[in-house]
Design a protein around this ligand. Sequence first.
Ligand code: COA
Length: 273
Amino acid sequence: MTDTVACDVRNRIAWVRFNRPEKRNCMSPTLNRRMREVLDELEFRDDVGVLVLTGEGSAWSAGMDLKEYFRETEAKGLGAVRQSQREAYGWWQRLRWYQKPTIAMVNGWCFGGGYGPLFACDLAFAAEEATFGLSEINWGILPGGGATKVAVELMGFRNAMYHAMMGENIDGAKAAEWGLVNEALPLARLKDRVIEVATVLLEKNPVALKATKDAVRRVGEMTYDNAEDYLVRAQEAANSFDNEGRKEGIRQFIDDKTYKPGLGAYELNMQGD
Ligand code: COA
């Protein structure tokens, strides 16, 4: 049986790929279970600093597998449906709070359920040639599995409503304009740009990166005062894992004058630990 998820690690970047190109990388229960295992295997490896999620072939992911995820599990009854949902939502949730920074590299089709893992990645870069769509309305359901929430969260009310009701696709450039991804660029340059971003992330303090990405996700739902309090406590908690990093960052700027935080990151491997 071919593996539904492909993965290799190069220069501390884990390239995780939806690997059902002949099915446009749609997410079956098998793929969802495998993805969870792969994420588990990679999360705390020392040789992995950044995870990139991309797709083999012409698709990033054509969303949920209409046959295996919907039709076949529904035929088995409610228990099977709930289990399949847990397996899919489970790995997306895992990815939302992943230890390492994550980047979605959207190389092609990205539909419906694909918006779950798209949102789960901290950053997202798309090919201009990629196609995004909430196609659910076209086959008679609402955009579930968090897809509606993702659209509202990232695109704003009017764009989300239009996108969800019309079932009309957008390209990578429009996805960037609407905030679904950070940037869109020609497919031929996509991977180089993602490597460039990943390389910058690899140079940052990893404890601070995890605290930062969690903070950005958390504060959106908080009042200002709650956010202020959360951020104080999050920094104090981060200090308990990496008390020296911040001091080293201050030292290299104030004493050594070897870098300026406004212009780049301090040298990680000069820490005394
Ligand atoms: N679920 C199940 N099977 C899917 C699928 C999905 N979401 N997306 C693609 N496939 C299958 C097709 O049935 C086809 O299978 P077959 O070779 O056994 O006939 C194979 O993948 C290739 O798909 P095809 O439609 O021929 O590819 P294409 O490149 O011409 O078109 C898409 C690509 C993505 C436009 C088209 O496959 C599509 O509309 N997929 C459904 C997208 C969708 O609505 N997703 C939302 C789910 S929540």
